[in-house]
Write a new protein. Structure first.
Length: 69
């Protein structure tokens, strides 16, 4: 599956790379929310917003696992 490959890719990254990935995902989420708020008629981003939120949670989970290991 696509998500399992993404998670395996995240597990191979260092903590600094994960932090950079987290910042990029949060910026993308902000931009998607801003686009959704300014133009609610074009609600094409709702699925992408959900995906980005889940990716942020995945990244944070991997960071926590590495910190506790």
């Amino acid at each position: 599956m696509k998500t399992s490959r993404y998670v395996e890719e995240l597990k191979t990254k260092s903590e600094a790379e994960l932090a950079n990935e987290l910042v990029a995902a949060k910026k993308e989420l902000f931009n998607l929310r801003f686009q959704n708020a300014t133009d609610p008629v074009n609600n094409k981003n709702s699925a992408r917003i959900r995906d980005v939120r889940k990716n942020i949670a995945r990244i944070q989970t991997i960071i926590t696992e590495k910190a506790n290991a």
